[in-house]
Structure formats: structure tokens, C-alpha cells
Design a protein around this ligand. Sequence first.
Ligand SMILES: Nc1ncnc2c1ncn2[C@@H]1O[C@H](COP(=O)(O)OP(=O)(O)OP(=O)(O)O)[C@@H](O)[C@H]1O
Ligand SMILES: [Mg+2]
Length: 494
Amino acid sequence: MAGQAVIQIRNMHKTFPGVHALKGVDLDLYPGEVHALVGENGAGKSTLIKIISGAYTFTEGTYLINGQDAGIKNTIDAIQKGISVIYQELNLVPSLSIAENIFFGRLPSKLGRVLWSEVYAGAQKYLVMVGLSVKSAMKVQYLSVAQQQLVEIAKSLALDSKVIIMDEPTSALSPKEIKSLFEVIVKLKAKGVCIMYVSHKLEEIFELSDRISVFRDGARVGAMLTGETDQQCLIEMMVGRKLSDMFPEHNRIFGDTVLEVTGLTTDKVTDLNFHVKRGEIVGFSGLMGAGRSEMTRGLFGADKRSAGHVFINGKEVEKDSTGAAHAAGMGLVTENRKTEGLLPNLSVKKNISIASLNQFSKLFHIFPRREDTESNTLVDKLRIKTPSVEQLVTKLSGGNQQKVLLSRWLMKENLKLLIIDEPTRGIDVGAKSEIYTLMDMLAKQGLAILMVSSELPEILGMCDRIYVMKNGKITGEFNREEATETVLLEKAIS
Ligand SMILES: Nc1ncnc2c1ncn2[C@@H]1O[C@H](COP(=O)(O)OP(=O)(O)OP(=O)(O)O)[C@@H](O)[C@H]1O
Ligand SMILES: [Mg+2]
């Protein structure tokens, strides 16, 4: 590419105890380009971002900004040098106005008095730039995740950022919100801002980026112009091997009904009737906000049920009790794995075994060897990247934390029904196909599986039967043979 790079990284190394997270990475970022980073879970993408943005120091290497030694001391220093990160966990102060957040720590003032009209008008200008039509005096707490993300972008514009880094920015956005984020990115690009974009969604990468860097195992193994490559080639470079079909063949045989739900009603969902058979994978499709996650919460007893019945193998499950759901053989992997499931102060092993401790203990005595063997087996099976099962779970990369939560339920002995909300969100392509194979294998062993997914290819590729939801109600039911993207979308929208 022509011109001077804004950021130059040379021979960058980063080590953590037991982990060589970056191994001699070179990278140039240019003004006005969208540069995508792709790679398997644990490949080192977030580590590199944290170094560039001053959150981590590096072990060895050079880091230049506009040809000069970056010398970044911390994240505030990085922001002052023109580098901003839009995190997935948002960093705004909810109780303050949008304008106060945009000018946080540097409100325009005169003689010690804040010039509020300038604050609001100034902020409004940046909101217009990111296409957000709300008043800048509004408090951040009333905004959706997508809107907050746009405020973060407005804030980095106000800081005159030259490089804006986005780490999986669309994972909590609806298709419409994603579209408007992309429009903003195109505008930023035209202004000469460099966008570094990390995502596991390859369609996004192909739509947005100019160049792609592929990371594997701490090294940058590939660099290409987006126009000169394709998905298959990219996937092979990411996983370092040929991937055959993404989805397993459909040759499952169903048994008796395991789950029967009649008239399930909570605050959020109305009169849901559905069932799942032994050996069957049933999907719930629909748009964001259709009530699918709320369905799983009502089913599992986490949300109060005002009407309806849930049966497992013909036996009614006591309502409003997750303990009863658990005892009846139900397992739930939630969508917000970070906030709802992970035990941050514990090891990988404890996080895996927590739901099945009774299997390893007798009169409060835990059998550590079985706990070790079984968690090690799962770590291998799901290819969880960790130096050992004793590692603190928070030290794993985002995608590997997800796999830990998934394995928690796979270890449970009396599991009859597994409910998975967005089974592969944030998970790389290689691991995705492994999770699909694993789900197929579990179904073949007699488990009933209910999955919620926003990805239509995943729904169509995996499910034997599909329910569509809209506004808290089931609006359609399709067999595998009848289902197409079009009919599912029709029922989700109309
Ligand atoms: N603070 C830390 N302490 C110890 N190990 C760490 C720490 N942060 C990251 N690692 C390790 O460094 C490696 C790279 O992790 P990183 O988070 O950069 O991966 P990633 O490419 O962002 O993956 P994902 O797609 O899953 O988010 C992993 O093996 C991870 O476990
Ligand atoms: Mg990451």
C-alpha cells in the first residue's frame, strides 16, 4: 500500500506464564483502510489489540506510530496518541449523558465553569457523524448496546483518533444495527481513519475489509488483499488444514418425546407449545428480540411462569425452579456466557465440573482424579486452548471461555435435554464444525437438543425441525425438508 503506515509492528512477542501468545508478529496499518484480523480462538488477536492500545506491555519487538517509537505507557496514553478501541463490554458511564461521556475528562470550560451549550452542541455534531439521531443530553443508560457502540465511536472521533480498533463489534447487534455500523465504518474510512476489525463472521470480513491478516497460534501466517481471496482459502489458512463439510450428515434416528411443553407463558412469551424427541436437534429461529432466549429461561425455570406445563419423559417438572429443571435432566448453556455462567475466580477444571460435582463426590469428598480425567478429555475433545486445566478461566481467550461453558453440560451424567442459546457465537470456524459434530454425536447417543440461533445457515445445517418465533409467540414450524432461509425469514418478520 502507498504512503506512510500509521502503525508498524515488528517482531512482536508476548509471553504469559506457560503461553507464548504472540510469536514475532509484523503488521502495518495504513490510513483509510479496513484491516481485518482473523484466526482461531486463542490465536492472539485480542492480545495484539491490547498491546497496540496500551492495555498490555510487550515482551519483545518494536511498535512505531508514524515512524516514531510509540512508547505507549497505558490506555490513556494510547488514546492521546490517536488509538481507540471499541470494546464489546462497553466502557461508558451509564448515569452520565451522552455528551458528558463523549467529552469525559475534558469538558469544554471557561474560568472553571463548564460551557454546557458547547458540550451538547459539540457532542451532537459527532452523533450526526455516526448517524445516531438522539439528543446528546440523554443519559447513556437508556441506549441499546448498538447505540452505545455508536456513542463510543463518536467519542473516538471527538478524540480525533487515527486508528479505531473493533474487537467482535457486531456480536450483540441486530442485522439492521450491523448495517448502520457498516455505513459508519465506510464514512470513517473515507475520512482517512484506519479501522482494525476483528470478527469470526467471515461474511462481514468480505463485505468490509480491504486487507486481511490471518493469525494462527500466535503468528501472522497470512496477509492478503480481500479481493484476491475467498472464504474457503481463508478458512484453510486459519485452521491450517483442509476442512471438509461444515455440517454433519443428517442421518439421525429419533425416539420417544423427551421434552413436551404446553401453553408456556411468562412475562415475555405467550402460549408456547413445542416438543423435542430423543436424538432430535430442534432449532428456534427468529430475529433479535423475538423472545427465543426468554423461551429458554421460562423453560428452565429461571423466569416466572404464569401458565403452562413442562414435561421431561412424561413427568412434569416443577415450575419456577432451576434446581428442579436441573434434577429432571435439563441443561442450559446461556447466550450471555460471560455474565451468566463463568466463574471468573476458578480454574478451567472447576468451571467445567461445577454442574456435575455430585458425580465426583460422595459425602462431600471429591474424587479429584476422575474430575481431572474427565475435564482433560473435554479440553481435548473441544480443543480448548489452555496450558492446563488448572489455568484461571479468565486467562483464556474469549472463544475458549465459551467452549469451557459448553463442556460443563457435556459432563453431566443424567443429561436428557440440552438447551443451547447461540451455540457458536464468538467461536472460530474450525471449532464451530467440531461443535456441530459433537452435537450430532450427542444426539445420536440419545440426547434431545434444543438450540436457539440467529445464524440461518447454522439452523438449516443442523436442525431436524425448526420453530420460528416473533413477538414472544411461535409463528411457524418446519421440517428440515421444508425449511429455507426465505420461509424462515417470512415467518420471523410478517
Ligand atoms: N492475561 C492472560 N494471562 C495468561 N494467558 C493469556 C492472557 N491473555 C491471553 N492469554 C492467552 O494468550 C493466547 C491468545 O489469546 P487471545 O485472547 O489473544 O486470543 P484471540 O485470538 O483473541 O481468541 P478469541 O477468538 O477466542 O477471542 C491464549 O492462549 C490465551 O489463553
Ligand atoms: Mg479475542
